[in-house]
Design a protein around this ligand. Structure first.
Ligand code: CA
Length: 220
C-alpha cells in the first residue's frame, strides 16, 4: 500500500510517516498544497492523508481539484481545525474520513485501514482465500491452519497480491507497495520477498505470469 502524507508540520509529518512505514506502508511525504497536487496527479496512491492548513494551497482546494479531476484516491483529512464547518466541508468535498489534531497514531492507523477496507468493498477486515487467511489489522497470516510470521516487507508484498485475490499484479505495483520515493530499490528486491513468501507459505502459492506479473493461487 502506498500512502501520500501531506503535512507541513515537521514533527507531525515525521511521526505520521514513520508510523505508517513501521506499519508496512510505502510512504511519500510532501509539505505544501502545490506539491501535493503534483504528487497526486502522477502517483498511484492507495490513500492520501491530507492536512487542511497548508502553505501555497489550502487542503480543501487540493481536495476539490482532486475530485474535479475525477480522482478516486481515498482521502483522510487531518486537521487542527476543530470546527464543525471545516469537518463538514472536508467530507462534502470528497474526503472519506477525518481526524482532528492532536490524534493518536493508533487511531490514525485504524482509520486508514477502515477507509481502505470500505473502498475495497469489505466491511470485515479479514481476507480469506483458499487456505490463506490474512488480517491487515492484527497483521496475522494463517496458512493451512498455522500462523506464519512475516516481516513488514513480506507482509506488504502479500497485501498487494491480495488486494484483488487471484488478479495479476505487476512487478512495478509490487515495488510501489514496498517503497516510497528516494528509497533504495534493489533490482531483485521484489523477487527476494516473493522467494521468502513462497518458502514460508507454499512454493505454488505465488504464480509467475510470464511478462505480466504475479498472482496468488487459490490453494486448499
Ligand atoms: Ca498545517
Amino acid at each position: 500500500m502506498r500512502v501520500l502524507v501531506v503535512e507541513d508540520d515537521l514533527m507531525i509529518g515525521r511521526a505520521v510517516a514513520d508510523g505508517l512505514r513501521t506499519g508496512g506502508y510505502a510512504v511519500d511525504w510532501v509539505r505544501d498544497g502545490t506539491a501535493a497536487e503534483l504528487a497526486l496527479s502522477g502517483g498511484p496512491y492507495d490513500l492520501a492523508l491530507l492536512d487542511l492548513g497548508l502553505p501555497r494551497k489550502d487542503g480543501i482546494e487540493v481536495l476539490k481539484s482532486l475530485r474535479r479531476g475525477r480522482s478516486e484516491v481515498p482521502v483522510l483529512v487531518i486537521t487542527a481545525r476543530d470546527s464543525l464547518g471545516d469537518r463538514i466541508a472536508g467530507l462534502d468535498c470528497g474526503a472519506d474520513d477525518y481526524l482532528v489534531k492532536p490524534f493518536d497514531l493508533d487511531e490514525l492507523m485504524a482509520r486508514a485501514r477502515a477507509v481502505l477496507r470500505r473502498r475495497a468493498g469489505r466491511a470485515c477486515p479479514e481476507i480469506a482465500y483458499g487456505a490463506l487467511v490474512f488480517d491487515p489489522v492484527t497483521r496475522e497470516v494463517v496458512f493451512r491452519g498455522a500462523a506464519v510470521a512475516l516481516s513488514a516487507h513480506e507482509f506488504a508484498v502479500l497485501e498487494a497480491l491480495l488486494r484483488e485475490p487471484g488478479a495479476v499484479v505487476s512487478r512495478e505495483n509490487l515495488e510501489e507497495a514496498l517503497y516510497g520515493w528516494g528509497r533504495e530499490i534493489g533490482s531483485n528486491a521484489v523477487e527476494v520477498y516473493l522467494h521468502h513468501l513462497r518458502r514460508k507459505l507454499a512454493p505454488e502459492l505465488i504464480r509467475n505470469v510470464r511478462g505480466v506479473g504475479y498472482r496468488i493461487a487459490r490453494i486448499e
